[in-house]
Design a protein around this ligand. Sequence first.
Ligand code: ACO
Length: 317
Amino acid sequence: MYAKITGTGSYLPNHRMDNFELSKLVDTSDEWIQSRTGIKARHIAEHDTVVSLSVRAAKEAICDAEIDPEEIDLIIVSSVSAEQVLPCTACEVQAAIGAVNAASFDLNAACTGFITAYQVAVAQMKAGLIQTALVIGAECLSNLIDWTDRGTCILFGDGAGATVITCENSDIEVPFVLHSDGTKRHVLSCSSGFGAGKSPYGESVFMDGREIYKFAVKKVPELIYEILERHGRSADEIDLFLLHQANKRIISSIAKHLHQDLSKFPMNLQENGNISSASIPVLLDDLNKQGKLKPGMKLIVAGFGAGLTWGGMYLEW
Ligand code: ACO
């Protein structure tokens, strides 16, 4: 092991938009949304931004880790939906929490963003460059959604999750895996809104739902088997599988592929919708607060999304 999560935090905007409220905006129903996705509600930012959500989640994680912000060497924020390009969200967080010794940057790997940021932080630990990192996934996907498109607006929500990661040297090599396939970039796309006309993509989220579904149910089980094989473990030895919270049907199909009981796949998408790179750290924080993560528990954490990108890792709590 090179790292341990020593603190978690999260923040969801106050406005809980349930499926009934959504059905006043587009021609849909609670029954359709729940049966196709498992989602009952999502949180939508009215005044919050990716920066304000990140700062609130970060403060909680730092408090949970019981560290001084000055101990943080690196801040990485994963997001696809920040309201501002410059400065990066991580520098805003640094200033807000007083992490004066941290290097700070953002990255974008869509729904695999938190996993990617976590792996970058741990790689810096392995290289002996840092001791403590703050890794955040934060999204205001409501900024990118076409609220007249019932095929996409029912899926997404806003929120942020944060983790404090601390270097823990040991001889045990822990497998981290990242993949991408840029030839499928058109399957889930959105331009930034800047340089109108220069991007081949539209200004709100476009998604080929069926392609995403097929991709997720094929590649995520392959990814998990790859992690297990590299670590010499079987799926039965894993206590919990923490997957990107896109869709209950996708998660159920993955559980079936792995011959594992669905109870080993905790979900909070019912209340949060899909919050892209925030979904995994928010789930970690929910489970941590509920006392469901016990010391020594074996976890597989995996994300998948636009790019296409997918990745995961084995963690011990
Ligand atoms: N309410 C009611 N009807 C709807 C809605 C809606 N919100 N959206 C679509 N429909 C209708 C369609 O118009 C279509 O009607 P038609 O048969 O008269 O043409 C019918 O429902 C079926 O549409 P499909 O798109 O074929 O529905 P499908 O069963 O594939 O479900 C869904 C759509 C839920 C998006 C599914 O494809 C899916 O789960 N895909 C994965 C997408 C995903 O999770 N994306 C998250 C982002 S990517 C990520 O995080 C990895």
